[in-house]
Design a protein around this ligand. Sequence first.
Ligand code: GRF
Length: 199
Amino acid sequence: MKNLVILISGGGSNMAAIVRTALRDDWATRYHAQVAAVISNKPDAKGLVFAQAQGLKTSMVNHHAFAHEAEPRAAFDAALMAEIDQHQPHLVVLAGFMRILTPGFVAHYEGRLINIHPSLLPAFTGLHTHQRALDEGCQFAGATVHRVTAELDHGEILAQAVVPVLPGDSADSLAARVLTQEHLMFPRVVAQLLASMKG
Ligand code: GRF
């Protein structure tokens, strides 16, 4: 079985879209693949409730628990890696996972780590992407699925979805329009990667 591990921090709507597509399109038969676990860095991530209701394995590695360590980020990443690696993942999917990962973590999952970012990269890396697109007067916005490298929101672009910016848009209305496209694009990219993998 090709194992997929999905990391979330919040609502988990992209994770839910992947899980629903995996069921609907029977990824188990079609790609010999399964969502092996959903892991959050936040105890109150709403996405965990959905994942549990689907009967998926869930766990939580709270980054606050490592604040007292000499190197909190490295210590958190080491604990997260240990949790992920229990599932021997073929693919690790960052779906609204709001932590910057260390180069060691990224290297460990090289070729197996993808992220979704709510902008048309390379424009607007980082946070507040929709407000920044509005502030710049962009006429189009969107989202990007990309491979993860040590540099934040860089790495090979695997797919992009484009939406128009409409008159009167707020950051929230634009985010909602982009998110609808994220939910279509992300499962499609994951499926394509699974189809291309041995296992
Ligand atoms: C999405 O817009 C995603 O692109 C970004 O954070 C948001 C997460 O939403 N990284 P959700 O948790 O998948 O609902």
